[in-house]
Design a protein. Sequence first.
Lengths: 355, 332
Amino acid sequence: MIDKEAIRRFALESGADLCGFGDLNRFEGVPRAMDPRFVFPAARSLICLAFRMPRGVQRGIEEGTQFYQYPSLAYGGINETYAPSILYEVGKFIEDQGYEAMIYRNTGARGSVSDMDGTPGNTLSPEEQIVYQQTGSRTAHHRTVQTTRPVSPEQEAPDLQFHFRLAAVACGLGEIGLSKMLLTPQFGPMQRFAFIFTDAPIEPDPMYSGKPLCLKCKACIRECPGHCLSDTETVTVTVGGKPMTWAKLDEWRCYIYYTYSGRKQDPFVPTEVFDQHRDGKLRIYEHPEVKANEQEVLNVYATLDPYFPSQVGYNMAKCAGCIGACVNMLERGGCLKGKFKEPFRKGLRRWNIDR
Amino acid sequence: MLTSQLIKEAARRYGADLVGIGDIRHFAGTAPEHDPRLILPTARTIIGLAMRIPRGLNQVMQSGTQRYAANYLGTKTISEELTVLLLLKLSRLIEDEGYEACPQRTCPNIRARDDDGTNPEISENISLRHAIPVAPGKPAPDVLIDFTQAAVICGLGSPSWRGQLLTTAFGPFQRLAFIITNAPLEADEPFTASLCDQCGACAAACPGQAIGDKPMDVTYAGQTFTTRSYDRWQCSVYYRGAHRANPLQPPDFLADHPDREAIRDGRYRFDEESAKAIYPKLNFLPQAQYGYVACLCGRACDQACYSHLKEKGLLEDRRAAALQAIREGVRP
């Protein structure tokens, strides 16, 4: 029998910030195309590793003076370098005990269904990878898989994408907040995930059952510059028998605002550019009735390409509305275990550009 | 308790070759667009980290036998991977003690509002000249700290003729990263001596004549250093191999160009427009991931500098310390 606590200890010593063990049966009922049990059918256990984003990488965005370090270090840096280096070590640790360790990093969207709207087919995704031609911009984009089919009747089409945040819930690390972000008692919304599927039989950790992690304060909804989270509609899914509810997210709108966060929140785009295109390519920012979709994404990205679009390979995150708002409120509510000597935010709201 | 010694030991364990800690007050008078106190207003100290570029990578460039390895291992791997690991690990340690850690890696592909040059290492640079402040009293983003200034303040070294950092450990061969923090660490003294003795060997070695002789004084932490003009657009063309000695140039390189010989001799002067126009002719080796272009001048300036510093006995002999460290089972 593999020593579960030895794995956890090794993972944390190697550089993971949290390590949880999940029961794959907790995924009962998820759509087949997103069911992690199809990734490695012999798996008996799922291990989740969480890697904190240092709060300091959000500091420049919070102050409005520096935006580069967050996507570069806490997005690309963790997904591309830090997490894989630790996955590799923990995977070897498990292999050396005679079990399979299928290590699974954050992949960016390569699934058979859209991570924008869940539909099958060929749509853009905001994650890393480059699709320059379609967008007419230098910014990183990706398309969900072009053509894919199951290799056998009992399998699902490759590459199967499962829901990382719900998988972290299944491994007992936390709960989904109203913002649709996974919240942990240690870091709130500030972490990224990677997983290991193993055929080692491991007693799962219990689902998180402590004090509710989301305050339902709706700060994430209020502070999203794109109004991407609904104030009236919610989505509920069940993981391991535990319902998770979040505000309905307009993913296409989030896609647009994440990189180009609009007149009040994007200091890299001149006012005259917003003015010039207010009824055309940039109408999404000025007319709330315009529905966000792939074409609107293309319009925005092609038009705003000269204005700080990309940290090579990863899009620039310029909004950080939901995440900053959430950290602020969780700290004020005394909900985070990691206690900083100074608060993330001194006032209630962060800056808005007066224009 | 977080101490300077603990930070330095951990940084070395995580991959830094040199570590210094600077008092943030030494940035007084710095232009807001480059002042770390406007990234973290509660900052007290800045931690300077240097990772060496292995000397062998540069030696094979100098000898003309290998150019690819230096681009991947000496530039891309250190900047995009090893630095990331170092910064994230050290930031965790600082956070766990309750302090803010604002890691600062290089921003190789963006140019600040006041910078009309380029980074020769990167295929495409993005200018932030359109950026506006988010509120009165703040500089327009991104605030980009001057890495050489920060390294001097952390006591790591002094500027070279063209303004980059020289250290007694590795001469010009290191890459830098920093963490701005509000941790009240004991600071090192800024570096006050000048390792550059103004010999001009770097300028003489540049095949593109990108390093001038016009003096440009810079003052860091109250100490004035003399550097020289450095034309980054000119550098970028010869970094990519426009010079005659580039062994990858085909015989018909720029065959129809009226200034072919002047270009190959490094006599032609490039500006932003003409440099960008000639880049498509300079694709001699594939780029590394993240847009790092291959260095085909072999960093002749740095090689000349290193040789000069070594000849003058200005570089530390690290062998004794390394052997001692091996015996004690720690990093030197």
